[in-house]
Design a protein around this ligand. Sequence first.
Ligand SMILES: CC(=O)SCCNC(=O)CCNC(=O)[C@H](O)C(C)(C)COP(=O)(O)OP(=O)(O)OC[C@H]1O[C@@H](n2cnc3c(N)ncnc32)[C@H](O)[C@@H]1OP(=O)(O)O
Ligand SMILES: N[C@@H](CCO)C(=O)O
Length: 360
Amino acid sequence: MTGVRDVPASRTPPRTGGWRDGDPTGDRLFLDLDGPVHLERGGVLPGVRVAYETWGELAPDGGNAVLVEHALTGDSHVTGPAGPGHPTPGWWAPLVGPGAPLDTDRLFVVCANVLGGCQGTTGPSSTAPDGRPWGPRFPEVTVADQVLVEAALADALGVRRWAAVVGGSMGGMRALEWAVALPDRVAGLFFLASGAAVTADQLGTQTTQQAAVRADPVAGLGIARRIAHLTYRSALELDERFGTTVQADGRFAVASYLEHHADKLVRRFDPDSYVVLTEAMNTWDVGRGRGGVAAALARVTARAVVAGVDSDRLYPLALQQQVAEALGVPLQVVSSPYGHDGFLIEADAVGALVRGLLGT
Ligand SMILES: CC(=O)SCCNC(=O)CCNC(=O)[C@H](O)C(C)(C)COP(=O)(O)OP(=O)(O)OC[C@H]1O[C@@H](n2cnc3c(N)ncnc32)[C@H](O)[C@@H]1OP(=O)(O)O
Ligand SMILES: N[C@@H](CCO)C(=O)O
């Protein structure tokens, strides 16, 4: 395959090495890809395992497949209850199922844990060639690398062209990378609450979170989540919801809320993965090596829906406006008090936009 960021021959995608049985205690399937996988920033992986889930049936012509791309701390489990392979219930459950916007009576829906993640796909908690976990030695990965691996999964599944690639936040980056790198393989693009390139504001918060994790992987991951969660919500929502209330335990209610989210993430997420994935976001620029963002976006041939959340202070609407204008489509605005997390919470509004793209 060629086309992913016009990669040199040394960065050809991994080949299918074989399938593993599904997770006996969960819903995940595994695909092993043979390496070596040469990464954009110079690292090499000897092979890659991809954990993924599917819903619905692939049509004989392969034309009904939709790839859902998860965000920073998500996983392959878009819908369904929590289980051993997926510590949280499906993160976009209302959007996937029979009759849902991603209608599994008609569509074959696929979601894979991202390269560098910690829910089954190769990442820092995987075993390195020396028999020990990679840990902080895991090579740097980029969004382009992540899509290269997903393209190998698509090949293995027999999906030549996605009916749509759908993603919000970090998942929106992979969706856009697909549409730019492999335009002939993407018929529809749903780009939500994301941007075409990292901003200084995002770099500031993400590098600060990384510093916390590097200082102390466990306590630091909790602090990183507290910082991050503030950027995922809106000031107005936090003020209205918590005000300056002090709880019976003496903690500010808002601090207690943030600690709760921090504790939950520390229990379910690998600190080294957090650093690897936020670094992929730090280096995100769809225009790198392509003559800039405008030139890159000019490659997109997919029908596109571009949407954002009006109270999102991390990925403000101007970032989606840039993409919408370049693609010649109207910007769809989801009205929500919840800030960036509105892309997860406002399922009705987001679902209506997905239906508009897919005709479901
Ligand atoms: C696209 C992806 O792949 S992302 C993957 C999914 N993301 C996550 O799971 C990330 C973590 N969670 C979140 O980001 C958000 O909670 C969302 C977006 C999933 C849901 O948002 P909301 O429904 O608005 O939930 P909210 O942020 O209010 O949190 C509710 C929790 O806070 C707790 N809480 C509320 N007030 C307080 C308080 N004062 N002190 C302590 N805990 C509190 C609630 O008890 C509840 O706990 P629970 O989730 O363990 O049941
Ligand atoms: N709540 C989301 C925010 C990042 O988009 C997550 O944890 O992945």
